[in-house]
Design a binder for this molecule. Sequence first.
Ligand code: ATP
Ligand code: MG
Length: 471
Amino acid sequence: MTLNEVLRFVDDVVFDKTGKHLDSLQEAILRATWQGEKYSKVAQQYHCTKFHVGNVASNLWQLISQELKEKIHKSNFRAAMERYQVSNVSSIFNFGQSNYVKGNINLCTDNTHSPETKQKLPTTQTANKNNTPLPKLDLRDAPDIKKTFYDRSTELTTLKTWIVKHRCRLIAVSGISGIGKSTIIRHLIPEIESNFDYIIWRTLRTSPPLNVTLKNLIEIISNVTEINLSNNTDGQLSLLVEKLRDMRCLIILDDLQQILSSGQLIGNYKPAYENYGNLFKIIGELPHNSCLILNSWEPPLEVFSFTDNDSAVHLFQLTGLTEKVAREMLKNQGLSDEEKWQELINFYQSNPQWLKLVGQTIKNLLGGSVAQYLSYQPLFLCRELTNIFQQHFQRLSELEKQIIFLLSEQPKSVSVSQILEKSQLSSPELFQTLLSLERRSLIDKITEEKEISFGVKAIFKHYIKNYRVRT
Ligand SMILES: Nc1ncnc2c1ncn2[C@@H]1O[C@H](COP(=O)(O)OP(=O)(O)OP(=O)(O)O)[C@@H](O)[C@H]1O
Ligand SMILES: [Mg+2]
C-alpha cells in the first residue's frame, strides 16, 4: 500500500466518523509516522508544541482503531495498514480507483429550528491523478486559466504558506486594477485545492447585498439548491460560520471595491453594505477551519484592525511583476529597443495588464519600437488605461484629490512638513489622507536617510496632468 492510498483510507475513515476531511496537521502526522519520523519534527514544521501534535495524533489513532477494531498507535500504524491491505480493507475502500464511498451527513439548513433537511453528499468524488479526493469547486465567477502565466512564484509561495501552513482565516489581496489579483488567486487554487472540501469563487461586481451572498454560500456548502433561511443576517452569519467550522472551505470574494464607497477615504462601505464588515470581522476573529480571500482595489478597514504577524488575518499588497519577468513579457509581445524597456516597465509599474495594453499600442502604431513610443511627448496613454485611471480618480475623497493635485504640481517628492505648509490641512487630516492614498497604491513613499517624502506615481501624475477629464 502506498502512502497516498493510506492517506485516502484514513481520510475516508475520519470523514465517516467526524464529517471532516483530514487537515494538513493530521496529514503531516500520518506522513511522518509512515516514514518513521518524530512528532517533534512535525511540531517544528507547524510551529506548535510536540504535546499538541501528540494530542492530535492520539485522536487519529483512536478513530483508526475503531475502524479496524484493533488498537492502533504510532509504532504499529504502518504494519497494521500493510496487513489490512492484504486482508479486507482494499475491497471495502476500492484502493486504486477514483471513487470512494463516503458516509451520509445530516445538515441543518436553518438555525431558526426549521425541520432539518437531510442532504446526502455525492457518493462519488472526483480525484486527481494522485487519487487524492478533490474538493467541490464552484468557480463559475472565476476567470479562466490562460495559457500564458508570467511568474508569480514568490507571491504564490507566501499565499500558500499563509493558507496551508498558518491556516489563515482571512486574507485581503489588494492592488490597483490590472496588477493581477484575480489571476494569481486563480492560479493558486490548483496548488492548494487538496486542502479543502469546498472552493467557491464569487464576484461582488454586481454589488449583491450581504444576505444574498450568505444564502448563496450556505446553499453551496450545504449542497442544496434552495434553502429556507431566516432573513435575520446575524442568524445567517452564524450558520455560515458553523459550516465553515464543519468543512474546510476556501471562499474567494473578488472585486470587493464594488461594495466600498467612492468619494471617501478608503475602506468605507457603500450605504446598506456596512454589514459585510461583520462578515469579515467574524471570519477573521472566530475559530473555524476555512479561509476567505478578498480581492480588492482597496482593503476593507477590518483587515487593518486585525492584522499582525501572529494573527489569522493578513493583508497582501500585490505589486507588479519583477523586471526580469516584465522583460520576458515585452519580448513575447515582439517589442524592440531592449535598452529602453526598463524605463517603460518602471513607468507602467510592471503592471501586467498595463504592459499588455501599451505593448499592443506600440506594436500597432510604431511597429514595436519602445524608443519611438517614449520619444513622443506627452506620452500617449490608450483609452482603456485612461478609463481605468478615471475610475480610480473618481473614487477619491475631496481631500485626496486636493493632495493629488498638489503633489502632481511638484517636480519631485515632497516632505510631510512641506505638504502641510502648502495644503493648509491640519496634520491629522493630512496623515489620514496620505495613508488612504498610499493604500490605494496611487502615491509613493520615498525614504531617504531619515527624511520621508511623498510623490504621485509617475503614470498617475501623467494622467492627472494630461488626460484627466475635468468634471
Ligand atoms: N502573471 C500574469 N501572467 C499573465 N497575464 C497576467 C498575469 N497577471 C495578470 N495578467 C493579465 O492581466 C490582466 C489583468 O489581470 P487581473 O484581472 O488578474 O487583474 P486584477 O488585479 O484582478 O484587476 P481588477 O482589479 O481590475 O480586477 C488579465 O488579462 C490577466 O490575464
Ligand atoms: Mg480582478
